[in-house]
Design a protein around this ligand. Structure first.
Ligand code: ARG
Length: 459
């Protein structure tokens, strides 16, 4: 088949240049969207009197047939012809089947407005898919939080034992993150929901096509308002890649914790056999490969955002072929994020917490030191002074190889005579947890409240 643009040329494209510029094997994924866009366009041509009803029906019947073929057939319709991109392939198929009538389908549209209409439809669907996966993974964390309600856990800052928290409080952090991701993908879907078709190459079209009709047919709720902007705008794609990068960053932080906690150094969690791998040389190993891969893939997804931003940053208006580079980055990030969310939902179901290791971590890190300082504040000391005294108590406990709570009253009173026997009521993990009853704190009532709130949001 002739090129879509052959008329002005005496010679064909050099094979190396052809190979360099053709994108069919990337944008083939847009086939069904492109067919639906052609179908809506055919309807607009009929409304404008360019197609008779009979002509419209012949075109639409064939487009419907192609939709079924591209959806179901293993082999991609059209064979191994050297079509430049998916729009060229569909145009060739329609023209081979319908002759003159097929050629007339391309009245009043350009690949520039088609490709971005296709991509917007793809992004809207992809957002729905990711929102579903985000909810599923959030649900797994909610179940874990519920199952471990009341279990104390070491809270860290600087990776040093800081203060006791509830394990559920820690697990619900991931839900908070995923809920924010959800909000971002909902906003991306709204940003993508704008119909550019009718914008032509850049200036609009001469045929008075009913753009509202096209948008309604395709399920868009808004029309683009400037044809030049419509063919050159890729903001919603940068927004998608940005939301994907933030979400992968969350998964990467989670991965880091899973890797650390499943190391024999801490032994706090064990990931199930079905989501860990062995070593070809060291028989004892149980490696957290899925978490490590996700941590690595987060880098790739962030790279895609940076790459797309760089593709766009120096482009003059309107369409430039550079923009063809957008789709590979988009598809790669969407696939990577979707598969990561899916595999994590499965993996988190297999994670078991090791109570002995948790208790050991809680016992060894002087995580009750702040409670002693707060106790002294209750006895009338300014916090700074209480902090200073407690620091000295901790130092002496370290030297005696004792925990704070195992120091005797006399040993404690040597630091400040205001310390009385009621100090021991404060120096327990449970008391430390119960005291954090401020809104958003880690006391059981507050965590239960949090759990109820997120369950409500995920309904
Ligand atoms: N394959 C192109 C892309 O993905 C489609 C638009 C081509 N337009 C053009 N003027 N060459 O961006």
């Amino acid at each position: 088949m002739k090129k879509l643009w052959g008329g002005r040329f005496r010679e064909g494209l050099d094979p190396v240049a052809r190979e360099y510029s053709f994108s069919l094997w990337v944008d083939i994924r847009l086939a069904v969207y492109d067919l639906k866009v052609n179908l809506a366009h055919a309807g607009a041509l009929e409304k404008a009197g360019i197609f008779s009803e009979e002509e419209y029906l012949r075109v639409s019947d064939y487009l419907e047939l192609l939709i079924a073929q591209f959806e179901d057939v293993e082999e991609i319709p059209g064979g191994d012809h050297d079509d430049e991109d998916i729009h060229s392939r569909i145009e060739r198929l329609v023209t081979e089947e319908l002759g003159e009538l097929g050629k007339r389908l391309h009245t009043g549209k350009s690949r520039n407005d088609q490709v971005i209409t296709d991509v917007r439809l793809y992004v809207m669907d992809e957002c729905e898919e990711i929102l579903f996966l985000l909810k599923t993974l959030s649900g797994v964390f909610v179940d874990l939080a519920e199952a471990h309600l009341g279990v104390p856990f070491p809270g860290f800052t600087h990776l040093q034992t800081a203060q006791p928290v509830l394990l559920s409080h820690h697990l619900l952090v991931y839900v908070e993150q995923l809920l924010r991701d959800q909000t971002r993908f909902e906003a991306v879907r709204v940003a993508a929901d704008v119909c550019p078709l009718g914008s032509g190459a850049l200036a609009g079209n001469n045929y008075g096509l009913d753009r509202q009709f096209i948008a309604d047919e395709l399920g868009f709720s808004k029309l683009s308002t400037n044809s030049m902007d419509a063919v050159s705008d890729r903001d919603f794609m940068m927004e998608f890649l940005s939301a994907a990068s933030i979400c992968m960053t969350h998964i990467s932080r989670l991965s880091e914790e899973l890797i650390l906690w499943s190391s024999p150094l801490t032994g706090i969690v064990e990931i199930g056999d079905t989501f860990t791998t062995g070593s070809s040389i060291m028989p004892q190993k149980k490696n957290p490969d899925i978490a490590e891969l996700a941590r690595g893939k987060a880098g790739r997804v962030l790279g895609n955002l940076v790459a797309l931003t760089h593709v766009i940053k120096a482009l003059p208006l309107t369409y430039n072929r550079d923009l063809q580079e957008d789709k590979g980055l988009l598809f790669d990030s969407a696939d990577t994020l979707a598969s990561t969310l899916e595999v994590f939902a499965g993996m988190m179901l297999t994670v078991k917490f090791n109570q002995v290791a948790i208790d050991r971590a809680l016992a060894n890190g002087y995580c009750l030191a702040t409670e002693l300082a707060d106790y002294l504040v209750k006895k009338g000391l300014p916090f700074r002074e209480a902090h200073e005294i407690t620091g000295a108590v901790v130092l002496s406990a370290i030297e005696r190889k004792k925990t704070l709570e195992s120091l005797t009253l006399e040993e404690l009173q040597a630091f400040d005579e205001r310390i009385e026997s009621d100090v021991f009521e404060c120096l327990t993990v449970q008391a430390a947890l119960d005291a954090k009853s401020v809104y958003g704190g880690t006391a059981l009532v507050r965590v239960q409240e949090q759990l109820d709130r997120v369950k409500d949001l995920l309904k």
